[in-house]
Design a protein around this ligand. Structure first.
Ligand code: CUA
Length: 305
């Protein structure tokens, strides 16, 4: 698990980390030199001579200008790398909602588009171009190991490129206060080897699997007969809501409710029964279900890999 600005896992975040260390290094040296001169000046205060003072200040101003120019240039060159337009990027649209992330993989063929939520899987070594927008208020996409922050604005699209050099799970967090559950708005970026990524992607294209036993089958009936279908989509069934996360492959995700809980059977059942207890303010309403129906529903959802 990686969630660190100074542990870059890609060329773009490396630029940012490098820039940080250059600025810290230069500032530390300048600080030490200034303190050194201050101590020396205090010791020899009576020997001060107007001409030496003017010369010293002039030299210091010159050095300061060179340092500032140098820092400005290193910033400029880092920006150029970060803002460069990538070649043949994987295009993904990310829409922020209060309080979850909707993820749509673009493809020329509409039948090859994939929708998921709160978990962005990407191939390593290939640039990913994110088109970012928001549904309600301003959010901010921030996965520190891979890139800097970028705001998501309602009615407007911003762009952010990601590149992961090596496989891993890189955690991100909404970085703009967006309401009550701002703190529970995590995103997982999972970088996979290109072949593994292709396998995952092809599996995502498939419709939800058929329930494997009578309990799961009953769970699907519970789902289709409840208000769940108003908000959620499950590909291959009648559920086609788009207000909440797509659940076609929900069991394959690491966490529930945008990083609030690990995706386990018990957590899933607790989340469905009383979402407000888990994430107060969430737009997901509680569901009135008998214990048996809830267990069946959870079983069904846990099979949606
Ligand atoms: Cu979304 Cu803070």
């Amino acid at each position: 698990m990686n969630h660190e600005v100074l542990a870059p896992a890609g060329p773009l975040s490396s630029q940012i980390a490098q820039l940080f260390w250059i600025f810290v290094g230069v500032a530390a040296v300048v600080y030490l030199v200034v303190i050194g001169f201050l101590v020396a000046a205090l010791r020899r205060r009576n020997e001060a001579n107007a001409r030496t003072a003017v010369r010293a200040v002039s030299v210091a101003v010159g050095i300061t200008s060179v340092i500032l120019l140098g820092l400005g240039l290193s910033d400029f060159f880092a920006q150029r790398v970060i803002a460069a337009t990538p070649k043949d990027p994987l295009r993904v649209r990310v829409t922020a909602h209060q309080w979850w992330w909707e993820i749509e993989y673009s493809d020329g063929q509409p039948s090859r588009r994939v929708r998921t939520a709160n978990e962005l899987r990407i191939p390593t070594q290939r640039p990913v171009e994110l088109e970012l927008t928001a549904d309600d208020v301003i959010h901010s996409f921030w996965v520190p190991s891979l890139q800097g922050k970028k705001d998501l604005l309602p009615g407007y699209t911003t762009r952010l490129d990601l590149v992961a050099s090596r496989p891993g799970v890189y955690e991100g967090q909404c970085a703009e206060f967006c309401g009550f559950q701002h703190a529970h708005m995590s995103i997982d970026v999972i970088a996979l080897d290109p072949e593994e990524y292709s396998r995952w992607y092809d599996a995502q294209l498939a419709s939800a699997p058929e329930p494997s036993d009578p309990v799961a089958l009953h769970g699907r009936e519970v789902f289709m007969g409840s208000t769940c279908v108003m908000c959620h989509n499950i590909q291959g069934t009648d559920a086609s809501g788009s207000v909440g996360p797509d659940l076609t492959h929900v069991a394959g995700r690491r966490r529930l409710a945008a990083g609030t809980l690990p995706n386990t059977l018990v957590n899933l059942a607790g989340w469905i029964r009383d979402p407000q207890a888990v994430k107060p303010g969430t737009r997901m309403p509680a569901t009135q279900l008998s214990g048996e129906d809830l267990a069946a529903l959870t079983t069904y959802l846990s099979e949606l890999r």
